[in-house]
Design a protein around this ligand. Structure first.
Ligand SMILES: C[S@@+](CC[C@H](N)C(=O)[O-])C[C@H]1O[C@@H](n2cnc3c(N)ncnc32)[C@H](O)[C@@H]1O
Length: 189
């Protein structure tokens, strides 16, 4: 099951009302959840080329290929314009978000810089899908844990990416689960 269907099922099973998505891109997951659930979403994205981030290039200017959990190849894009176009992505997201009114709150910025805009204990789930490098994912999970309600879920995609898996293991040990297509989640009891 894809990430957005996994979250849809969790949302329905647990009667969630508020979610936070860190890294929304053009909103594939966000708008799926708008159409298929009654969730309200807070959506965070930097939508920028991160020149100060040494982990940016391999994630956004190349196509990383993982096999058995190891990064085996960074494929060059074959055509110009395949690298991420953040300003076009932001424009598309904002335009598509308009029809959903107050159900979507947009916070532009890097996830670790907008923490103080999100109240502690306010989220039923947090979907970590921004920078996929180590230790960034680990730091983001730890920084956002207080934002979850009791019983809330921390969720992420791409558990087959080594830096993601390493981050998740360092935070939760074996205390987390995997479901669908590489979706990991941990519950705040
Ligand atoms: C894999 S895409 C998100 C996909 C989306 N969650 C979905 O399910 O369709 C990653 C996004 O994270 C954003 N991003 C990368 N680093 C970030 C950071 N530190 N803070 C916020 N957003 C970030 C990128 O701009 C990009 O749009």
């Amino acid at each position: 099951m894809d990430r957005y269907r996994v979250i849809e099922k969790f949302a329905k099973d647990n009667k969630w009302t508020h979610g936070l998505e860190l890294g929304v891109w053009v909103g594939v997951t966000t708008f799926w959840l708008m159409k298929n659930t009654t969730l309200n979403m807070t959506c965070v994205d930097a939508w920028e080329v991160q020149e100060d981030n040494p982990e940016y290039d391999w994630q956004y200017n190349k196509k990383p290929v993982f096999k058995n959990g190891e990064l085996v190849e960074l494929q060059e894009f074959k055509h110009e314009g395949q690298a991420w176009n953040h300003s076009a992505n932001e424009k598309r997201f904002r335009e598509d978000a308009e029809q959903w009114g107050e159900r979507i709150q947009i916070l532009k910025g890097r996830s670790l810089n907008v923490l103080d805009k999100i109240p502690d204990g306010s989220m039923d789930f947090i979907f970590h899908d921004s920078d996929h490098s180590y230790p960034f994912v680990m730091n983001e999970i730890k920084a956002y844990w207080p934002k979850l309600k009791r019983g809330g879920y921390a969720i992420g995609d791409d558990h087959n990416w080594t830096p993601v898996r390493k981050s998740v293991e360092e935070v939760f040990g074996t205390d987390y689960k995997i479901t669908g297509k590489g979706v990991w989640y941990a519950i705040k009891y």
